[in-house]
Design a protein around this ligand. Structure first.
Ligand code: FE2
Length: 201
């Protein structure tokens, strides 16, 4: 199947997202998705998994109240395939967005389940990284991440219910999801930083 090229996907993301925090989140989820594709035996599709990660929050900056509802329109207009659109929408499965609608498109493919599980968790892990003297995931221990995860007051916006549901959908225990996602982020951090620096230059 022909897919949107990575460069085109990145340009499309930047058409609707200007906030560096959002660009960094998209690059992070892209890198984590690529890491998981390789780890789970989908190495040939790593770029494809990454593109889905890159585009998953495309509508969030401009249409936060219609998150996951506006995305199909933006993506279709740009010629993005229905398979990617399905994956993007399914990362909101069961979540009620600001306008009051609940997303009913469920993740089906393993790629979609990984996106659902890892997206919310990358937010929590990055928040934990920023609290560290190093401001990095690279020296973060699983034990400290687990502690942050259990602390209700920490990064309260990152829904533990969504993360747990993500692990359940994959048939993984929470520890496996935390371990793998932390490793994915630690291994990708330098590359993401390089891309962010290139954007700012
Ligand atoms: Fe996201």
């Amino acid at each position: 199947m022909e897919h949107i090229a990575r460069d085109e996907a990145f340009a499309l993301l930047k058409k609707y997202n200007k906030d560096p925090f959002h660009i960094q989140h998209a690059l992070t989820v892209e890198a984590v998705m690529k890491w998981y594709a390789k780890e789970l035996g989908y190495g040939d599709d790593a770029e494809y998994w990454g593109i889905v990660g890159l585009l998953h929050d495309i509508d969030f900056e401009l249409y936060p109240e219609e998150h996951c509802l506006k995305a199909p329109e933006l993506l279709r207009e740009a010629g993005v395939g229905e398979d990617i659109i399905h994956a993007v929408v399914s990362h909101g499965y069961g979540i009620t967005v600001g306008c009051g609608a609940t997303i009913e498109t469920a993740p089906e493919h393993e790629m979609e389940k990984v996106l659902f599980a890892a997206d919310e968790l990358t937010g929590l892990i990055w928040a934990a990284a920023l609290m560290r003297p190093s401001k990095s995931t690279k020296d973060m221990e699983l034990k400290s991440l687990k502690k942050k995860y259990k602390s209700k007051g920490f990064a309260a916006g990152c829904s533990r219910e969504v993360i747990q549901r993500g692990a359940d959908q994959l048939g993984w225990d929470l520890a496996k999801l935390l371990t793998m996602t932390l490793q994915a982020m630690a291994e990708s951090e330098d590359e993401i930083q390089k891309e962010m620096d290139a954007e700012e230059a």
